[in-house]
Design a protein around this ligand. Sequence first.
Ligand SMILES: C[S@@+](CC[C@H](N)C(=O)[O-])C[C@H]1O[C@@H](n2cnc3c(N)ncnc32)[C@H](O)[C@@H]1O
Length: 322
Amino acid sequence: MGNKKQYSAKRRPRVSDNPELQDYDYHLPVMLRECVDALMACGPDGTYIDGTLGGGGHTAEILSRLEEEGRLISYDADPDAILHCQERFKTIMEQYPKRLTLREANFVFMTQDEIPDESISGVLLDLGVSSRQLDKGQRGISYRFNTKLDMRFGPNGQTAEELLNSIEEGKLHHILRGFGEEPFARIIARRVVERRRAAPLQSTYDLRHLIEECVPPHIVSKSLARVFQAIRIAVNEELDILEKTIRGIIPKLVSGGRIVILSYHSLEDRIVKHVFKELASKNDDNIPSLRIFTPKPIEAQQEEISRNPRARTAKLRIAEKC
Ligand SMILES: C[S@@+](CC[C@H](N)C(=O)[O-])C[C@H]1O[C@@H](n2cnc3c(N)ncnc32)[C@H](O)[C@@H]1O
């Protein structure tokens, strides 16, 4: 018990209060306090999951609030995020080996891992991509860098190159419309199929130039963003995985355990909203699984948006297991 003082959240500075503990070159975390305040309602000795480690911004804040029995398991499919955070949290992992576990895996595995039922106090998902992935041309996610057409968060599964060079025209049209709301979806899908008959698309610039040929110049940058987003969502099966994870995590949560989800586009937010709503309605036994705290999502304050433009589209939804 003597050790307890050393861990006391009151005595240790929170990352959000202390610029010296902040390390935001990799990614500037969005709605940091709002997310972690909501997540840690079960207290500093619970077991928490950060499903989207990235640069470790939210993980660092959670760690700074955990006490002696507190545990955190953080997932990322991107090996670069894991490497970065192994270095970032080296000291704490050496000092307190049980405190933080880093897992290079898709976060959907949190529903299948050997995590016992009713053992998790809160799960955070900060969806989408990190600034590092967008700004350094990693994983072929950004149209601003000429790299291999990959777009997978991690090393497993079908790449964007494989998808684009094999998919039927109609299915591609459906992806570009459905996941990108791209008005020129039909023309772009047709051009992809024509183009690959001559030579396969291999690089991000192959795709970029093709899009530039299909849409009027004044909307090119929007179309590039929409088409790259749509293909990334399809490659990573992002919407299916999100839904499966929300449903699958419920049995793992303790009663009162929280699900906290930050999403950045309407397709993700719609899924969170609908799945939460369904789980909050009464089941066959007349018992709801979730209690929703955010009938409307919480958005970032203007001050944060001016510091961090990526917070502009963020929507935070919070629910608690009944
Ligand atoms: C917005 S960033 C998270 C940033 C992080 N909260 C921070 O403060 O630095 C999203 C991260 O989640 C990862 N990611 C997205 N979907 C994933 C999934 N289904 N499984 C595992 N990692 C995923 C991405 O690789 C990326 O590193």
